[in-house]
Design a protein around this ligand. Structure first.
Ligand SMILES: CC(C)(COP(=O)(O)OP(=O)(O)OC[C@H]1O[C@@H](n2cnc3c(N)ncnc32)[C@H](O)[C@@H]1OP(=O)(O)O)[C@@H](O)C(=O)NCCC(=O)NCCS
Length: 170
């Protein structure tokens, strides 16, 4: 595996990531483009920290940690149990397609956990579409074993998705 360098994203990284189809809210980059000011503001206001992994200076994966419920009001209907002064919520989790299944998410996650622990957090949470068996398996293998809650979300007219929120200690 090529050496992944992990660090916090700068504001100029965020603009570049939107251009490069990262920062997608995992699914829809046009959404990220329209929300760029909000994404930048939540970093500037210390509501969230975006972490990136790079290979030869190319950003190939990202994880954002919400450290305030305000950071995820657009993502999560009810933030209860997901973010508090000891718990960070991970979202915008993405590895560029051509780099998937090389352990890069797992490596960036370890960096994120180490950094959050040094800031006094002792737990992280995230939400996963229960029908996405692959993601579910990746998270279980990374010790996300605590079931927090399951919520049905409606996308569009009648697309219902069940999201399970999982947690793990740091
Ligand atoms: C989910 C996602 C971020 C995972 O990223 P990734 O970098 O591929 O993750 P990893 O490589 O760490 O782990 C993926 C698999 O590769 C395996 N793997 C780990 N290290 C490996 C290595 N060195 N060589 C080969 N495979 C490896 C892992 O075991 C894992 O398999 P598993 O299903 O058995 O657990 C990525 O698939 C993605 O961007 N998906 C689309 C967006 C999305 O769904 N985001 C999450 C929203 S909740």
């Amino acid at each position: 595996m090529e050496e992944l360098i992990c660090r916090k994203a700068t504001i100029s990284d965020i603009f570049k990531m939107v251009d490069d189809d990262l920062m997608t809210g995992a699914y829809d980059n046009s959404f990220a483009s329209s929300q760029i000011n909000l994404i930048v503001d939540r970093i500037k206001e210390n509501l969230a920290i975006t972490y990136v992994g790079t290979l030869n200076d190319e950003i190939i994966c990202e994880i954002t940690a919400a450290i305030s419920p305000i950071a995820i009001l657009n993502e999560v209907n009810n933030t209860l149990g997901l973010v508090d002064n000891k718990t960070a919520y991970l979202f915008n989790i993405l590895t560029k397609k051509e780099y998937r299944n090389h352990g890069y998410f797992t490596k960036l996650l370890q960096y994120v956990l180490d950094d959050l622990k040094s800031k006094g957090y002792d737990k992280v949470t995230l939400g996963v579409d229960v029908s996405n068996k692959k993601n579910m398996s990746i998270y279980k293998n990374n010790e996300f074993n605590e079931h927090i809650k399951s919520v049905k979300k409606i996308y569009g007219k009648n697309n219902i998705v069940e999201i399970e929120y999982l947690g793990r200690k740091i």
